[in-house]
Design a protein. Structure first.
Length: 630
């Protein structure tokens, strides 16, 4: 039965260009939207930009343009990025759109008429970065906890929304609907916040200090506070109050946000809706942050500037796969190019890419380039069951917004199919005519499995899904739904198979180093990574050092690498023993012990020649004693 599905991303604030966090949220929303469209649900997917407020006015001023020009400039960057990431939103909203301005004003008027907006005096500490007042107890050493800046003390008359009035209602609503805010940790965070008395929300800014906003309908000397304006986009986009879309989609609204905007979405927004006589949204889905260490990234693999650039370097579907597979929804994740390349090589190039290319190559060779004709009795029960299990698991993963779990389930099926090849060894049957029936059955089962994979991955990697369907000769009218996955007879015998380009070429990890080898440096013969990995390099802290008696060159050094060691190093002409103590250096920890002038040395330090003599390798940053060096 077709259902309705409404998914929103936050509307992104136009004070900065798009980054990895925006990309992640929006791609998750896109996968959910594609999945529900595939299932035949009536789907509406909205993203957009948030364009009013202090920060935009200030940024425009410093750029020497009007706030509207500034907002136009950044908004278009977001709008243009989404197609590049294969994001297929149904609507793009801007808070400067005329219909949005009207909706905000009508809701303000409604809440005002109901007596939930009042005029009052406000004084307090105002952080421009946060665009809000802080209570003294909320400040950390007198500074904004988010911006570490000293807020200004301001005193002004403003309009307030009676948020406090809805505190009990909100607590009860959250408790009665345990999935209202999910995952659970964020529900608990909101409930913890609601244990303290809820303050009323200041929802206006006097035009004497900010003009860039929506004018209050009941006092034209004020504009609307940016959050009270922005949140309303979720109903503007579906034609609140009287539109057909609003009736259809609002009861199933799914909001998707990062955890930094939990409070406006978990507290302001439901109480605003309640005051305006609108039912609460269905679910607030909250994810964590992507932590990316840019300096680490560029150091280790060379030339990557921004995470978004990895899309151009390694391909869009690999980029989408990595984001969706690596982040456990709700928790923080680390973004690094190494992790990306590792996933690309193992999951995509090895598991999926090889499965497709092996299967197509064999099918073309053994089946005359066509889908073979095979009787139903020859359908492999185990593969069909495995496909069915993937369908169940994917469905339940989507139900709980755990997209990483959906991908794990799909890869289980891919691996079952890879095992099927290994166990049946089609290549051993290829030469003997009497095995022909068996061979055709194996090839058909593999092609049917690829079809199942193509449908399963379609919401995540739409481009790759299409390529696989094309290679296995599945027509454009292929039924794409979970229910169609286990239809093993959906491939037409005689359809042409096509060998495509490698879906995910393997990325050689030492690509950058290889480039350097072409230079004129006289190098030792190449080794592979395994050989290098046999060398155990460690961070060593020097505990004590003294000259080896009767030697003018050898220093006996006591180091700590998690255990104490003595090493002997020939650096006595370049270093004084007393200057060595406390230094952190690099040693080869698994070098066979050797005796030098009667002193046993267990390990060797690393050093290089310079014009002024030897220099011992050390660290730019604080390294941990005993840490491995890679
Ligand atoms: Zn702040």
């Amino acid at each position: 039965m077709a259902k309705a599905f409404y998914i929103t991303t936050p509307i992104y604030y136009v004070n900065a260009s798009p980054h990895i966090g925006h990309a992640y949220t929006t791609i998750v929303a896109d996968v959910l939207a594609r999945f529900h469209r595939m299932e035949g649900d009536e789907t509406f997917f909205v993203t957009g930009t948030d364009e009013h407020g202090d920060k935009i006015a200030a940024a425009a001023q410093s750029a020497g343009i009007t706030p509207q020009e500034y907002a136009d400039k950044i908004s278009i960057q977001f709008r243009n990025l989404w197609p590049e990431l294969a994001v297929a939103n149904d609507y793009f909203i801007r808070t400067t759109d005329k219909n949005h301005v009207e909706t905000v004003r009508s809701i303000l008027q409604k809440v005002h008429d109901a007596g939930d907006i009042y005029f009052g005096q406000y004084e307090g500490y105002y952080c421009v970065g946060c665009e809000r007042f802080y209570m003294e107890k909320e400040l950390v050493e007198g500074k904004c906890p988010d911006h570490q800046t000293k807020p200004e003390y301001r005193k002004e008359s403003n309009y307030f929304f009676r948020m406090s009035k809805y505190q009990e209602w909100l607590i009860n609503h959250i408790k009665a609907n345990p999935e209202f805010i999910r995952p659970e940790r964020y529900k608990n965070e909101v409930l913890a916040f609601l244990r303290e008395p809820l303050e009323d929300l200041c929802i206006s800014r006097p035009k004497t200090r900010l003009e860039w906003g929506i004018t209050l309908p009941f006092d034209d000397k004020y504009v609307t506070y940016v959050w009270f304006d922005a949140l309303i986009n979720y109903v503007t986009a579906i034609d609140y109050p009287a539109g057909e879309k609003f009736k259809k989609f609002w009861p199933v609204a799914e909001h998707l946000i990062a955890k930094d905007i939990l409070k406006p979405h978990g507290i302001y927004w439901p109480t605003m809706l309640k005051a305006a006589g609108i039912e609460p949204y269905q679910h607030l889905n909250v994810h964590g942050y992507w932590n990316s260490d840019q300096s680490k990234m560029s150091k280790s693999l060379g030339n990557v500037v921004k995470p978004l650039d990895l899309k151009d370097k390694y391909g869009l579907d690999a980029f989408r796969y990595f984001l969706l597979r690596d982040m456990v929804f709700g928790l923080d994740s680390n973004f690094s190019e190494e992790a990306f390349v590792q996933r690309l090589n193992s999951d995509l190039a090895n598991d999926l890419g090889n499965l497709v290319s092996r299967t197509i190559t064999m099918a073309i060779k053994y089946c005359g380039g066509m889908v073979p004709k095979v009787k139903k009795e020859k359908y492999d029960k185990r593969l069909q069951d495995a496909a069915q299990k993937a369908v169940y698991d994917v469905e339940s993963a989507f139900g709980e917004m755990a997209l990483h779990k959906a991908l794990i389930a799909i890869w289980e099926f891919i691996n079952t199919t890879n095992k099927y090849i290994v166990e049946n060894e089609p290549w051993t049957l290829g030469n003997d005519e009497t095995n022909k029936g068996k061979l055709m059955a194996i090839m058909y089962n593999l092609l049917a499995s690829l079809r199942a994979v193509a449908i399963l991955i379609a919401p995540f990697m739409p481009g790759t899904s299409q390529k696989i369907l094309h290679e296995i000769g599945a027509g454009d009218n292929q039924q794409m739904s979970l229910a169609a996955i286990t239809k093993w007879d959906a491939l037409t015998a005689g359809s042409t198979l096509t060998r495509g380009e490698s879906l995910f070429p393997r990325v050689e990890k030492d690509m950058t180093e290889k480039v350097e080898i072409k230079s004129a440096v006289d190098l030792k013969p190449e080794i592979d990574y395994e050989e290098f990995a046999r060398v155990d390099l460690r961070v060593a802290t020097i505990l004590a050092a003294e000259m080896v008696p009767k030697s003018n060159k050898l220093i006996k050094i006591k180091v700590d690498i998690g255990e104490e060691r003595t090493i002997v190093a020939g650096i006595g002409k370049d270093y004084k023993p007393e200057d060595m103590v406390g230094k952190k250096i690099v040693i080869v920890a698994n070098l066979k012990p050797a005796k030098l002038m009667g002193v046993e040395s267990r390990g060797m330090l690393l050093a290089t020649d310079t014009a002024e003599g030897l220099t011992v390798l050390s660290f730019d940053r604080e390294a941990k004693t005993g840490a491995k060096i890679r």
